[in-house]
Design a protein. Structure first.
Length: 242
């Protein structure tokens, strides 16, 4: 792992990185220790901490209440800066409603598959029915075909997600790095999934540290085995006095 240093800007994925993955997104919980850690990190970084997630910003806020932190949701489609302002990429989200309806029909016919409609993105989870991964991907691709280049399919851990094209976690991190208090700091991004790879590349290009949590090939230089190890390493940054 990289040696602890001052003036880091922390970018943290949530599910599988800060918190253990659950069978469904709604089953993920944040304990008092995790909340205290994130609050302490935010203060130690002088506000230069952002949560970078496939979740909506509303879901992030509920998970980390009462904290209200800089965040990027839906893989960079929506973002809240340190100034509290919300920004969204342009996308005709209403055109996803027929896709979501078609996927609900698929899920109803396939026990263990769950649809998560986030507004500007739609996820098809198959963690409870891993044998249906290929069928879920085909169903998503068929439902999304009328939208053409407006959208792209994003692979994840036991999930396929349809999201706006052109927005990802890397673009979100790059946008944060152009704003205070992130600007001029060394970026450090912790993530666990293929959805985090764009962020790893942006951070590395900016001279920062990309940290992969868990197994799998990655562009990240550094590696931690699991969320518990990630939390321990982050606590170490606070304790080091930077």
């Amino acid at each position: 792992m990289p040696p602890y240093a001052e003036r880091w800007a922390l970018f943290l994925d949530i599910d599988g990185t800060l918190l253990d993955i659950a069978d469904t997104p709604g089953a993920v919980a944040t304990g008092c220790r995790e909340l205290a850690l994130i609050d302490a990190l935010h203060q130690a970084a002088d506000g230069a901490l952002a949560l970078i997630s496939g979740r909506t910003i509303g879901s992030i806020d509920r998970l980390f209440a009462p904290l209200r932190l800089p965040a990027a949701g839906q893989h960079g489609f929506e973002r809240r800066g340190a100034d509290g302002r919300r920004r969204r990429h342009r996308f005709p989200a209403d055109r996803l409603r027929p896709v979501a309806a078609e996927l609900r029909e698929f899920a109803a016919e396939h026990p263990g598959v769950m649809v998560e409609d986030k507004g500007a993105s739609v996820a098809l989870h198959y963690r409870l029915a891993p044998e249906l991964g290929a069928a879920a991907r085909d169903a998503l691709a068929e439902a999304a075909a009328p939208l053409g280049a407006l959208v792209e399919i994003q692979a994840g851990k036991m999930v396929w997600e349809l999201k706006p094209a052109g927005a990802d976690k890397g673009t979100a991190i790059a946008e944060f790095l152009s704003e205070p208090p992130f600007e001029g700091r060394v970026p450090v991004f912790l993530g666990d999934d293929v959805t985090d790879e764009q962020g790893f590349r942006v951070v590395a290009a900016a001279g920062g540290h990309a940290v992969k949590v868990g197994e799998g090939e990655s562009a990240a230089r550094w590696r931690l085995p699991d969320p518990a190890a990630a939390r321990t390493w982050l606590r170490g940054w606070i304790d080091s006095g930077r």
